[in-house]
Design a protein around this ligand. Structure first.
Ligand code: HAM
Length: 429
């Protein structure tokens, strides 16, 4: 137990972490192009926040939350998603007093007691955004466009945007009644979970993965049949903006999403080519009642979140992996304890010039040190043995050519600095 991690969580090790860093840089860059600003909310919140937002009848709240009482007997939950915390922070920090809409993004770990498998973990990472304070359809379209833009720039091609509207508090009750009437007529064919959902949360039946329920859902009344004029107009306008920029989408009347806060637009981006991981990489939608339900002023919102583990797995499986392991430019190979001190000072001087340096700390033989320098793919290795030490110079080996030069110690930093700039320029041309 001491040396194994709990099920469903991962270490991100050197060699993998570079992919994460590159993805994070890509995400931050694109969010800044769309003028979103980063928000960092805490990893845990009061449990009540998720009951109110994600919804008491959602799978997340019913089965998947990591909840506990802290030493002050407060009910605390590790965040299962990011939207609720952003909404709480928006209200608590009065972000509504700033320019509208507030366009916020986040990157960070989330926690769900899910069934672990490839692409599904108990601690996983999402990046996502929330736009608060605008109910304009162009914002829904911008959020969807952003997601597609981000995935496309990574080289992903087999993307499908599924789109639906889930109505609003004006038209949803009539739709829910129609659904209850329809499914009640087929109750014996529903799975046990959906029999229970029938009166508690009938919309979720549309999302059930059981074959019997799926077949019934395909014939069920659709939200668009019951949408009020306002929701219909909003949906048409969102589609108009997407058409304008050539973002393809498929209408899917069974797309209701697993969280209860959505109103009007709901969408998902899925990979059409199965990659061994989960194929839903991103989901989101509008939530015009969420700020109000969490204790704020009536404020519309829309956003999405995407799973970073899933995205990285898909990129790798398609040969599109990003991020490279960084290597030092210079390896210092001291041959004895005195030389080690000189190398230590030299490392400090080189790093002061922003040159990345590694030096031997294991007292290895020359052969072993050269092997290490090769493995690290450095541009230069600097040898300091007894001869060099006594003569006040170092032997500098240019790794690409194998050429060795003796350089006076007082000229060494300048020599390496020039050489490395030269290597870097050559690499860039
Ligand atoms: P969600 O659909 O629950 O939505 O999660 C969004 C994405 O997080 C999923 O598409 C998936 O890629 C990833 N994800 C979810 N669960 C796991 C897991 N156990 N392991 C790995 N990845 C996972 C939300 O969370 C909403 N807050 C999205 C949103 C933002 N809606 C409006 N604004």
């Amino acid at each position: 137990m001491l040396t194994t991690r709990p099920r469903g969580i991962n270490d991100i090790l050197p060699g993998d972490v570079e992919g994460w860093q590159a993805l994070e840089a890509h995400i931050r860059h694109l969010f800044s192009l769309y003028h979103y600003e980063e928000i960092r909310t805490p990893i845990f919140e009061h449990t009540e926040l998720f009951l109110r937002s994600v919804g008491e009848t959602s799978d997340i709240v019913e089965k998947e939350m990591y909840s506990f009482e802290d030493k002050g007997l407060r009910h605390i939950t590790l965040r299962p998603e990011g939207t609720a915390g952003v909404v709480r922070a928006y209200i608590e920090n009065k972000l509504f007093a700033g320019p509208a809409p507030q366009k916020l993004y986040y990157i960070g770990p989330m926690f769900r007691y899910d069934q672990p498998q490839a692409g599904r973990y108990r601690q996983f990472h999402q990046f996502g955004c929330e736009v608060l304070g605008s109910d304009a359809p162009v914002v829904d379209a911008e959020v969807i466009t952003f997601a597609v833009d981000l995935f496309s720039r990574l080289g992903l091609q087999d993307l499908k945007v599924s789109l639906n509207t889930v109505g609003c508090p004006d038209c949803r009750p009539a739709y829910e009644k129609a659904l209850v009437d329809y499914f009640a007529g087929h109750e014996e064919d529903l799975c046990d979970t959906c029999k229970d959902r029938l009166h508690r949360n009938p919309l979720r039946i549309l999302d059930c993965k059981e074959e019997g329920c799926k077949a019934l859902a395909a014939q069920a009344p659709t939200t668009l049949d019951y949408a009020c004029d306002h929701c219909k107009d909003h949906f048409a306008a969102v589609r108009g903006y997407l058409d304008e920029v050539g973002i393809a989408y498929e209408l899917d009347s069974t797309l209701v999403r697993g969280l209860d806060y959505y109103t009007q637009t709901a969408f998902e981006v899925i990979m059409t080519q199965k990659s061994g991981a989960q194929n839903a990489i991103c989901g989101g939608g509008r939530y015009n009642k969420l700020v109000y339900n969490c204790g704020g002023q009536d404020t519309p919102g829309v956003g999405f979140a995407a799973g970073m583990e899933r995205l990285l797995l898909i990129l790798e499986s398609q040969g599109l992996a990003i991020g490279q392991r960084r290597t030092p430019a210079v390896y210092l190979a001291p041959m004895d304890a005195e030389a080690s001190k000189m190398a230590f000072a030299l490392a400090k001087a080189l790093r002061a010039k922003d040159i990345a340096v590694e030096m031997d700390s294991m007292g290895k033989s020359l052969k072993a040190q050269m092997k290490n320098a090769d493995r690290l793919q450095v541009a230069y290795t600097v040898l300091i043995g007894e001869n060099e030490r006594l003569g006040g110079f170092a032997t500098v080996r240019q790794m690409a050519t194998g050429e060795q030069t003796e350089i006076d110690l007082d000229k060494l930093v300048t020599y390496l600095e020039k050489g490395i700039k030269h290597v870097a320029t050559k690499k860039n041309t």
